[in-house]
Design a protein around this ligand. Structure first.
Ligand code: HEM
Length: 512
């Protein structure tokens, strides 16, 4: 959505509100917004890429970034070097090249959570789960680190059972080819599997109403949030009631609260011991005093865990199932490594080709081409003298990860890339550096350093187990839309929702 008065007025005209008051409010908001967005502190005298001198507002600058963020970042890095300001959605952000990744990695004064809060839609009805994603109570971190990461092994069997269940539900056991929408299917898989992980109460995790509502929330909140991002923070709550996706999100969130009411009552009525192996009881205890926030918290967990994960898995499917040799090799690896031993820590670690495929899909398809979002909590001077004033939002370019400037033929998907590097490594090379869960300045899809994604170890288990089920149990013919398998929406990299596949059940060589 562009912040363009004609658009807003035509939207308003289509709506059924009869008074001119909203137009006046929007006009005042637009004026204040334009005035605020002209402010920029730039002590290092960096180049500024944004509004042209003859443009009245920032609308055109924002539109250019929406249409071709990747092209603009690439050409600006070439023209201006390693640092510049770019007008993105509703403000200027400092864009740094990959050269800075190591300088930022453990810099606590450049904060991820504050940046996320700034980007997300806090304080607007319907977006309540976002507030938990950025809360200083860090409950999401606690669940991820103390419940998921500490007990990874206990989640293997539920992940295995639920992968089997969801594939039967969504793709069926039909042995004739039938058409499915790829991204929509993946969203349903993730909704089911994460419900089992976080709730583990059968009436809920097998309730399709909750599973569908939670995955719908994840998709809709991304879209509604993207639309609202065009407005400054202070204006969002006033504009939201006029945007249809925001209104839809509000009623969906209300519905989710109603659906989860019996679960909340059940938890409130039980005296549960803190059991970190059970994320729900762990969460409930941590939220003492705020029981009404259960729905927000569970949705927040869904948001952090399967927004990026679902996108990645969709990219894995369209990349893998267009390469017959890779499928044969992956099947052979699963048979030989998992074989009759089943899934455990060692067999999951032994799926080296699969690990390489996941890492390569993430390299070519990071969530965003601008990563490591941070905000300076105070003035920071980097080792090369670059001054980052307090309050500056910044992002690091991932352009060098997805092109051929570092990785040979890096603009092409090569599922064997990291497998070969690990096979050919001599004893002086740290092979672990090429694992899916490892991060580096040349591959930071999970971020890098002290604020990198803590859920990546669980994500690796989940992606591998689900992928084993898909590869062993289905033949898949992928159809890529004419416009390609993915597109850029601003700096977000999006798997195309129009990706289709014909799938049919095959007889798996081993029992999973
Ligand atoms: C493939 C799936 C996933 C992807 C691609 C992903 C990606 C990311 C990225 C890029 C960040 C920001 C890191 C930075 O800027 O340095 C992040 C942070 C985070 N992720 Fe993930 N993530 C995934 C799965 C998960 C899962 C399964 C969980 C937990 C259930 C999780 C929990 C978190 C949390 C709590 C943070 C905030 C970290 C902090 O504030 O320090 N993620 N993730």
């Amino acid at each position: 959505m562009t912040f363009n008065l004609e658009d807003i007025i035509s939207k308003y005209q289509r709506s059924e509100i009869g008074s001119p008051y909203p137009i006046f409010v929007i006009f005042v908001i637009a004026l204040c917004y334009w005035w605020k967005s002209t402010e920029l502190e730039n002590p290092s005298g960096l180049p500024i890429v944004g509004r042209k001198w003859y443009e009245l507002g920032n609308g055109k600058a924002r539109q250019r970034v929406r249409d071709d963020c990747l092209g603009i970042v690439r050409s600006s890095l070439q023209k201006y070097g390693d640092a510049f300001y770019l007008y993105t959605d509703s403000r200027y952000r400092l864009i740094l090249s990959g050269k800075y990744v190591d300088m930022l990695r453990n810099e606590k004064r450049l904060d991820f959570i504050t940046a996320l809060a700034d980007k997300l839609v806090n304080g607007v009805h319907g977006f309540e789960p976002m507030e938990w994603m950025t809360s200083d109570k860090k409950i999401l971190h606690a669940v991820t680190k103390h419940s998921l990461n500490r007990h990874l092994g206990t989640f293997i069997e539920p992940l295995n059972e639920e992968s089997d269940y969801t594939l039967r539900q969504v793709w069926s056991d039909e042995s004739e080819y039938h058409e499915v929408m790829l991204k929509d299917s993946v969203w349903k898989f993730f909704g089911q599997i994460m419900s089992r992980t976080f709730i583990n109460e059968k009436d809920f995790y097998r309730n399709p109403e909750w599973v569908n509502a939670s995955s719908e929330y994840v998709e809709l909140s991304a879209l509604a949030g993207y639309e609202l991002r065009a407005f400054p923070r202070w204006a969002k709550r006033w504009v939201a009631p006029f945007l249809p996706n925001c209104r839809k999100l509000q009623s969906l969130f209300k519905h989710i609260n109603v659906l989860l009411e019996p679960l909340k009552d059940r938890l409130d009525g039980q005296k549960l011991e803190i059991d970190s192996k059970n994320p729900l009881s762990f969460l409930h205890q941590k939220m003492e005093g705020q029981p009404d926030e259960l729905a927000s918290m569970l949705i927040a967990l869904c948001l952090v865990s399967y927004d990026g994960g679902g996108e990645l898995f969709t990219h894995v499917l369209h990349s893998v199932f267009t390469n017959d040799q890779l499928i044969r090799d992956l099947r052979a690896e699963i048979v030989s490594v998992v074989g009759d031993k089943g899934f455990n820590k060692n067999t999951l670690q032994g799926l080296v080709l699969m690990d390489s495929v996941l890492k390569e899909a993430m390299r070519m398809h990071p969530e965003s081409v601008l990563l490591m979002q941070r905000i300076a909590l105070e003035k920071v001077v980097l080792p090369d003298g670059l001054i980052i004033p307090k309050g500056t939002p910044l992002l690091v370019s991932g352009c060098h990860i997805i092109d051929a400037s570092i990785w040979p033929d890096g603009d092409k998907f090569d599922g064997y890339r990291f497998f070969k590097i690990r096979q050919n490594a001599d004893s002086s090379t740290n092979q672990a550096a090429y694992n899916f869960t490892s991060t580096s300045p040349d591959h930071f899809g999970f971020g890098h350093g002290s604020q990198a994604c803590p859920g990546r170890f669980f994500a690796s288990y989940m992606q591998k187990i689900l992928l084993c089920h898909v590869i062993m149990k289905y033949d898949i013919l992928v159809t890529i839309p004419e416009e390609g398998a993915w597109f850029q929406r601003g700096y977000t990299h999006v798997a195309h929702p129009g990706l289709k596949a014909h799938v049919r059940r095959r007889k798996e060589e081993i029992r999973l």
